[in-house]
Write a protein that binds this ligand. Structure first.
Ligand code: CP
Length: 318
């Protein structure tokens, strides 16, 4: 046996559409190691000491921003947060100038969330530091897709062959897109369901099964990923009322029972309780929503580690 270096093919983490299954496996395996650090009393590893990370958030966040911050700090890096509302963006500074300003400070990683689809790729073209996409409009949210797969693997021991139902506001969801790309690469059978007005046109062409009735998607599912209704991205009413949505598309105990008895319930958060998910199942025995948050930390530690350290050493057969 000799040692072989396994690493990510690209400098930046922009999305799962362009990530290979060996790369996804590398991140999930590394995240498993990182989770051991989170479970320690002293949550510190010096791996990224001397490195600096800027969290540049043009949209609100609780989970992603905080977990990237903690992930960087647990690995010994210096982490600074910039939110658009309290920065010079509020005075009219452009995205390009903001990125160049951050780059001039010599940072190693920029973690960016922005409302425009394609903004992560744009930023990666503008600046030299590693760019990690923390969500670009309705396009991709790769670290969320990865933490969802990590959580599925933790409970189900595999992803290949599972029926995964992604239900709700697919149209406006970057989480849905990253999940779909990632899960299909890992061999899952992906079903999506939602009102016709919240399903992207031609979504079936990417290889998912599409349902207008949520019951069909949930039938014998191994995993249910409930998406948030993204009112902030909806320009006009796309369903009659919250009450109607909950009645026809909300996931409740009765609908959850259509899935396999041990089906796993996921939600990326933040939840609209009583709209897309019934309050009594949100933290039920089948729910892994809190575990998703913890796993988000492990996955983001893995990403920061891999993009800066260039990969990991594995035993390789000669
Ligand atoms: N799931 C997710 O991205 O949550 P935040 O908006 O709180 O980061």
């Amino acid at each position: 046996m000799s040692k072989a270096q396994v690493s990510l093919r690209k400098k930046d983490i922009l999305g799962l559409e362009t990530m290979s299954s060996p790369e996804i496996n590398l991140i999930l395996d590394t995240a498993k190691e990182m989770k051991n650090i989170i479970d320690r009393d002293i949550k510190k590893a010096p791996t990224l000491r001397g490195k600096s990370i800027i969290n540049l958030f043009f949209e609100n966040s609780t989970r992603t921003r905080t977990s990237f911050e903690l992930a960087g700090k647990y690995l010994g890096a210096d982490v600074v947060n910039i939110s658009a509302s309290s920065s010079s963006v509020a005075k009219g500074e452009s995205l390009r100038d903001t990125l160049l300003t951050v780059e001039a400070m010599g940072v190693d990683i920029i973690v960016m969330r922005h409302e425009a689809e394609g903004s992560a790729q744009y930023a990666a073209n503008v600046v030299k530091p590693v760019l990690i996409n923390a969500g670009d409009g309705a396009h991709e949210h790769p670290s969320q897709g990865l933490l969802d797969m990590f959580t599925i693997k933790q409970y189900k021991r595999k992803i290949d062959g599972l029926k995964v139902a992604i239900v709700g506001d697919i149209l406006h969801s970057r989480v849905a897109r990253s999940n779909i790309w990632g899960l299909m690469k890992m061999g899952a059978e992906v079903h999506v369901a939602g009102p016709q007005t919240l399903l992207p046109r031609d979504i079936e062409q990417v290889g998912v099964k599409v349902h207008n009735r949520i019951e069909e998607a949930l039938d014998q599912a191994d995993v249910i990923n409930v998406l948030r209704i993204q009112r902030e991205r909806q320009k006009k009413g796309l369903f009659p009322s919250a009450r109607e949505y909950a009645r026809i598309f909300g996931v409740n105990a009765k609908r959850l029972a259509l899935a396999k008895p041990d089906a796993l319930l996921l939600h990326p958060g933040p939840m609209n309780r009583g709209l897309e998910i019934a309050p009594d199942i949100a933290y039920s025995e089948q729910s892994a929503i809190q575990e998703q948050v913890k796993n988000g930390l492990a996955v983001r530690m893995a990403l920061l580690f891999l993009v800066l350290m260039g990969g990991i050493q594995i035993e390789a057969a000669n």
